[in-house]
Design a protein around this ligand. Sequence first.
Ligand SMILES: NC(=O)c1ccc[n+]([C@@H]2O[C@H](COP(=O)([O-])OP(=O)(O)OC[C@H]3O[C@@H](n4cnc5c(N)ncnc54)[C@H](O)[C@@H]3O)[C@@H](O)[C@H]2O)c1
Length: 250
Amino acid sequence: MARFTGRSAIVTGAARGIGAAYARALAAEGAAVVVADQNTEDGSAVAAKIVADGGTAKFSPVDVSDPESAAALADFVVAEFGGIDHLVNNAAIYGDMKLNLLLTVPWDYYRKFMSVNMDGALIMTRAVWPHMSARGSGSIVNQSSTAAWLYSSFYGLAKAGVNGLTQQLAAELGGSGIRINAIAPGPIDTEATKAVTPAAIVDEIVARLPLKRMGTPADLVGACLYLLSDEASWVTGQIFNIDGGQIIRS
Ligand SMILES: NC(=O)c1ccc[n+]([C@@H]2O[C@H](COP(=O)([O-])OP(=O)(O)OC[C@H]3O[C@@H](n4cnc5c(N)ncnc54)[C@H](O)[C@@H]3O)[C@@H](O)[C@H]2O)c1
């Protein structure tokens, strides 16, 4: 099944981890993919591997916290692929984030963090939506986290903001035929998670999960592609927990 043949898709933060898995999966289903990241070396390698495997991909540098950089990325995609159909707002400061409390985090770091992890999704959406609107359709997936529902300081606050953005933007974008949803993953086994979460803490988290294992990027791919695809054509403004059962509402 190739749900994305003839479509273009931007995946931010696709130089590694979950974003790279999304980019590869979109390309495998026919999309022309733009691997967008501030990490040029790893991002270029992801795009080159997709091309070597028979897909269509380009790397473009981007800083999602910078509106000019986001606009340049959108222009690049239109120039390369004739328009923009899909966006995955996956980029975030995560693997190397500083751990601190909301009460004590240095203000400059907090502002920088929120500008990437929350505003980045809005900045990118503002850059691409006129191009989607020109085509009369488009779909966006925001990468949230179950951290939005749990205590995790400014990381969780940024993801709660991403959830709010998803809901508010659904109302603003729907009239242009553009859908926007979010995936809230539970703990996913990536290099970034290994860097930020000690193994003993991971073991404790896994012991509390109904499905008793960490997730993998592959566990998220199906939900991301579904939400981007026409199969989800009457789904917008929703937040989907893909989390091994971590969040169970009573
Ligand atoms: N791994 C998990 O357990 C987990 C769980 C829930 C949600 N998430 C979310 O999933 C996403 C990816 O997680 P991951 O584990 O693959 O992390 P990761 O750190 O490997 O990937 C993040 C990517 O974003 C890029 N990036 C950072 N700042 C950027 C900026 N300003 N502009 C452009 N690119 C930038 C990084 O270079 C990196 O390639 C993040 O949004 C993270 O918050 C991860």
